[in-house]
Design a protein around this ligand. Structure first.
Ligand SMILES: [Zn+2]
Length: 167
């Protein structure tokens, strides 16, 4: 049975997931739960849209998560990938650049910028489709090793890699 830990620092009591108030300290839990789970809901909805090939909507959902949580690197990477999948390389570039300002070693963002640079070099006037799968196998290996994700999203974001041709 999943539990919801009371967010009050001195309490931290485990509650039933559907509890309205903490059994120990009585604090209302619904608002905290919404804050805790809503970004994941948006994120997962974005992934579902991406899976259906609806990258425009996917992009909106990921953008919403990023708006709420500017430090959510995973969501920002997903946003950049959705932009990239849509052919909006400028926005993808912006988003991956922000990720690297936050975490200079983030592999997804490094890989993304590298892919953009390569696409631009190979065919400056065209979209990047068809360029993506030409990456050396060792880079793909490296990417998989370094994609450490949290909140049970790992599998799903890897499926997003697959969607845009990185998997
Ligand atoms: Zn409590």
């Amino acid at each position: 049975m999943p539990q919801f830990i009371c967010p009050v620092g001195t309490c931290q009591t485990e509650n039933e997931l559907h509890a309205d108030v903490c059994v120990r300290c009585g604090i209302p839990l619904q608002g905290y739960k919404r804050l805790k789970f809503y970004p994941s809901h948006l994120f997962n909805t974005g992934l579902a849209k991406a899976r259906d090939g609806q990258f425009r909507q996917a992009r909106d959902f990921f953008a919403a998560v990023v708006l709420w949580y500017p430090m959510d690197v995973e969501a920002r990477n997903a946003l950049a990938m959705a932009c990239f999948a849509q052919g909006d390389n400028n926005e993808a570039y912006q988003q991956w650049s922000i990720v690297l300002q936050q975490i200079p070693t983030n592999f997804t963002a490094l890989h993304g910028l590298e892919t953009l640079a390569k696409a631009q070099h190979d065919s400056p006037a065209e979209k990047t489709e068809g360029q993506i799968k030409t990456l050396p196998a060792n880079q793909v290996q490296q990417k998989k090793k370094s994609s450490v994700m949290k909140n049970g999203r790992k599998k799903k974001i890897i499926s997003l890699y697959t969607l845009i041709g990185w998997g």
